[in-house]
Design a protein around this ligand. Sequence first.
Ligand code: G3P
Ligand code: MG
Length: 235
Amino acid sequence: MFIAHRGYSHIAPENTITAFQEAIKHGATGIELDVHLTKDNKLVIIHDEALQRTTNGEGLVSEYELTELQQLDAGSWFHPKYKDETLPTLGEVIEALPKDVLINVEIKNIPSFYKGIEKAVVETIERYGRFEQTIVSSFDHSCLYNVKQLNESIKIGVLVNQKMHNIRHYVQGFEPYDVYAIHPHHRLISAKDISEFKEIGLKTFVYTVNDEHEANEWLRSGVDGIISDCIMKKT
Ligand code: G3P
Ligand code: MG
């Protein structure tokens, strides 16, 4: 399967409702998004902890309440025609997408540390009963453990940007909870690693692969999903 990284971020401003809807329109079966916590402890979808790159705001997400952040223009930086795009909440994204779309919620907890972000994510997933088609991932693995403690039925994906030497031992660290998937950077793994992940029951979602040929090679090697800025075809 193909998961649109920050939505169809190659053609639309990342992490906006339009980017997510464009992804589905063009054939993605899943989307990935990044979630942060506002000053009033609400979830907001944006990649960076700072506002500057993808909005007309300044400073950090954590310095503003959600209603203030919702006034920002989150699209003009990409192209003037997207001037009406705003920063969505997780609930708004869930409501805007068909129920069968996989949503990969990446919790950003570094370099801003958001006390309670796991609880906010879990409560949103529970509110919509969206357990089957959601995976929560993070580079902060303690966050994932906390998600499991709050609700064991939520699927977690361990995001990694370094070589893992003993993945079996690593995922045992989450016991008594199950790890659903590993999300490695594509330059860090080989086909042999994928077989090992499979052996211990882990799904594999590689990021961020923007070359269609490479993506298809990964799928042939047994990868379960490709996280990409582009929408690609299975060959
Ligand atoms: O989930 C894969 C990818 O999104 C992780 O990196 O920085 O694009 O959020 P980043
Ligand atoms: Mg991400």
